[in-house]
Design a protein around this ligand. Structure first.
Ligand code: GLA
Length: 409
């Protein structure tokens, strides 16, 4: 009997340790914020981060929903004599705790970056062998978000490594959103919904709409290339666990059409919206894109269903995303460099989302009000447009994006 009780205790405690939970309720809708990487790479310091915090408030970005201010790679100094990680004393002389306090005083949350391997991609100390210590340090500093990368990890098991850090974060006792950056190599969508709140699905994005940047051993991808790699993944995402097609390049130099298309597609994908441009110096055009409330609402829709590509034709793609209250987001993406005209016949778009929401568009039965989210105006109803030909023009590398709401509701 005694033996059985001992075995029972061992089994119960180990299963408790093994099954530490990620923090729930931190990502019911896709996380929104800003990260230093796409614009600044390793060239960061505390003055920049403070300026960005100020700008996130002044520009209205925080109030539009962008609440995470994420320091990416290269903030690290050495480990101290006890093995605790410190901040780079030259770039972050006041330390991360002071920065977190400042960021919190602005009504924002602070994100930080580490790596499951021995070194980060920028060559700073990784968390391997220091997971619990690092999680504890982040919690003490008041960090709210951890992006956990995958460099120098060749001999490490991804599931083990990410679950270990999840458990360490849990043990540290502070709710910290866990953003997994394993580049999709072990198909984290198949195993990570209990591990992280979001997982990268691909290698790195880079600032180009339609290109691939080849390097020995790795590649970086343009917007369209990353979009294509999301095929088949929508059923794995949902509230609390999102596919992450990487951070935004909006405002980093692509054309206004391309930026609009990029932002629209990330919204249709229910992707985390992590900005990557220099907020200290932003054009009105960029602001109008990243602060478009209707497009953000499509991304943040409470149903949390990733959009689906229904059809492709002549370089055009037709996307639908089911929204709450019977609404749908509808987006035509023009992948061509040249403009295209297209005549919409809504009956061609009768579809049922068998895979995820089980919802149908029912254009033969339901009349929808059409709202153009980029032109900010009602443009008729689906019934009226069935009666007369509805020819539209879409610029090259641009989108047309509507919100459709049932008239009868
Ligand atoms: C990897 C990640 C990027 C960025 C860099 C930092 O490449 O995928 O998003 O964090 O590391 O070095």
């Amino acid at each position: 009997m005694k033996k059985i009780i001992v075995i029972l205790i061992v089994v119960l405690t180990t299963s408790f340790i093994v099954n530490a939970q990620k923090y729930e309720g931190l990502a019911d809708t896709p996380p929104m914020g800003w990260s230093s990487w796409n614009k600044f790479a390793c060239d960061i310091n505390e003055a920049i981060i403070r300026d960005i915090a100020d700008k996130m408030v002044e520009t209205g970005l925080r109030d539009a929903g962008y609440i995470y201010l994420n320091i990416d790679d290269c903030w690290h100094g050495p480990r101290d004599e006890n093995g605790f990680i410190t901040a780079d004393p030259e770039k972050f002389p006041s330390g991360i705790k002071a920065l977190a306090d400042y960021v919190h005083s602005k009504g924002l949350k602070l994100g930080i970056y580490s790596d499951a391997g021995r070194k980060t991609c920028g060559g700073r100390p990784g968390s391997f062998g220091h997971e619990y210590q690092d999680a504890l340090q982040y919690a003490r500093w008041g960090v709210d978000y951890l992006k956990y990368d995958w460099c120098e990890s060749e001999d490490i098991n991804p599931q083990g490594a990410y679950n270990l850090m999840r458990d360490a974060l849990r043990a540290a006792g502070r709710p910290i959103l866990f953003s997994m950056c394993e580049w999709g190599q072990s198909k984290p969508w198949l195993w990570a919904s209990e591990t992280g709140h979001m997982w990268r699905t691909t290698g790195d994005i880079y600032n180009c709409f339609d290109c691939t940047d080849e390097h020995p051993g790795w590649s970086a991808y343009g917007v369209l290339q990353i979009l294509d790699m999301q095929e088949g993944l929508r059923k794995y995402a949902g509230p609390g666990h999102w596919n992450d097609p990487d951070m935004l390049e909006v405002g980093n130099g692509q054309t206004q059409s391309e930026d609009r298309a990029h932002f629209s597609m990330w919204s249709m994908l229910a992707a985390p919206l992590i900005l990557g441009n220099d907020l200290r110096n932003m054009s009105e055009e960029t602001k109008n894109i990243i602060m478009n409330k209707e497009v953000i609402a499509i991304n943040q829709d409470k149903l949390g269903v990733q959009g689906l590509r229904f059809m492709k034709e002549d370089g055009l793609e037709f996307w639908f995303k089911p929204l709450v209250d019977g609404d749908w987001a509808f987006c035509i993406l023009n992948r061509n460099k040249e403009p295209r005209t297209y005549t919409i016949n809504w009956l061609d778009f009768n579809l049922t989302d068998e895979e995820v929401s089980k919802r149908s568009t029912d254009f033969d039965k339901i009349d929808y009000q059409i709202y153009d989210v980029w032109r900010h105006k009602e443009v008729g109803t689906t019934k009226k447009q069935l009666e007369k030909s509805n020819q539209i023009e879409i610029q090259g590398h641009d989108v047309l994006m509507y919100k459709l709401s049932p008239m009868s509701k």
